[in-house]
Design a protein around this ligand. Structure first.
Ligand SMILES: Nc1ncnc2c1ncn2[C@@H]1O[C@H](COP(=O)(O)OP(=O)(O)OP(=O)(O)O)[C@@H](O)[C@H]1O
Ligand SMILES: [Mg+2]
Length: 289
């Protein structure tokens, strides 16, 4: 059997342009979503180079939304725009709006917005000079937590929060006898759960995860996936992944990005069983990317 390998240009031409050459980026999921976050006509650049071409994207409340697409298509840039981290990169800019519960996050305090919209990165990055428990509570020490209204939190209470969030991240039982050892002395999977605990400690409402399992073995990956299922009762989760099985297993909605365009956004079952666009099908069946 021969499989046609498409060039990037052919892919884009086949899917994004009508015969008249007009862009037709129709995206079906979203209209009936109860949105925790709403991205409107988002465009992003690194210096002269445009990497997100202007699309709308709603994130459903208390659901897991997966973002998939080939390397370089703009997944990380999208989620970094969603918690105001994109603007921290020199030469980076964006246009359009990002709303959390209807509030324009670009009109609010960036630090507060980043604590309401937490982020977990691809490579676990615990602070190496801090103990496990200090890592878990480091965010609170820096900027307080959602409900504290800026009031100072005592040491005992902090330790209690440390235990609570390590528990939530499914790590407490593994570290409780050794909470004073360095965060860097944990295994990769434990470090990633520690970073999730650290993100949870400041009581975010949304958790953005950028390939959180790419450095982990299958057993640790499974633990993180189980944790995500548990967390979605209280949090809204967006996860970038290159792992199609992971997207199919854990997410409720899936967005497929390609070269800065949102090609298709649907319930995950539709994306993986009956995608609307041929480009989506070619990607999820591993024919490019
Ligand atoms: N700091 C940066 N400076 C300049 N260009 C960047 C920077 N970060 C990303 N880019 C470019 O922006 C585009 C989108 O990158 P992005 O990191 O969002 O892709 P991605 O989909 O997350 O890729 P991957 O799957 O490899 O992580 C790419 O062309 C990339 O080269
Ligand atoms: Mg990325």
């Amino acid at each position: 059997m021969s499989i046609k390998v498409y060039t990037q240009e052919e892919n884009v031409n086949a899917e994004l342009h009508s015969p008249e050459g007009v862009m037709v980026t129709e995206v079906s999921a979203g209209d009936d979503i109860e949105a925790k976050m709403h991205v409107k006509n988002l465009k992003a650049w690194f210096r002269q180079k445009q990497v997100l071409n202007g699309f709308d994207f709603k994130v459903a409340t208390n659901k897991i939304t997966a973002i998939i697409g080939p390397s370089g298509c703009g997944k990380s840039t999208l989620i970094r725009c969603m918690n105001r981290m994109h603007e921290l990169t020199p030469g980076a800019r964006m246009e359009g709006g990002v709303f959390l519960d209807g509030i324009d996050i670009y009109k609010e305090d960036s630090v507060e917005m980043r604590s309401r919209i937490g982020m977990v990165f691809q490579t676990p990055n615990p602070f190496p000079t801090m103990s496990v428990v200090d890592n878990a509570i480091s965010g609170i020490k820096l900027r307080g937590r959602g409900k504290s209204d800026g009031k100072k939190i005592g040491k005992d209470e902090l330790m209690g929060i440390g235990e609570e969030v390590l528990n939530m991240a499914g790590l407490w039982d593994e570290v409780k006898d050794d909470i004073n050892k360095s965060g860097a002395a944990l295994s990769g999977g434990q470090q990633q759960r520690l970073c999730i605990a650290r993100a949870l400690a400041v009581e975010p409402e949304v958790l953005l995860m950028d390939e959180p399992c790419s450095a982990l073995d299958p057993a640790s990956t499974l633990k993180i996936e189980e944790l995500m299922q548990e967390l979605k009762k209280d949090y809204t989760i967006v996860v970038v992944t290159h792992n199609m099985q992971q997207a199919a297993r854990v997410s409720d909605y899936t967005a497929f990005l390609y070269m800065g365009e949102l090609i298709e956004y649907q319930k995950t079952s539709v994306i993986f069983e009956n995608p609307e666009k041929e480009l989506t099908e070619r990607y999820i069946t591993g024919r490019f990317g």
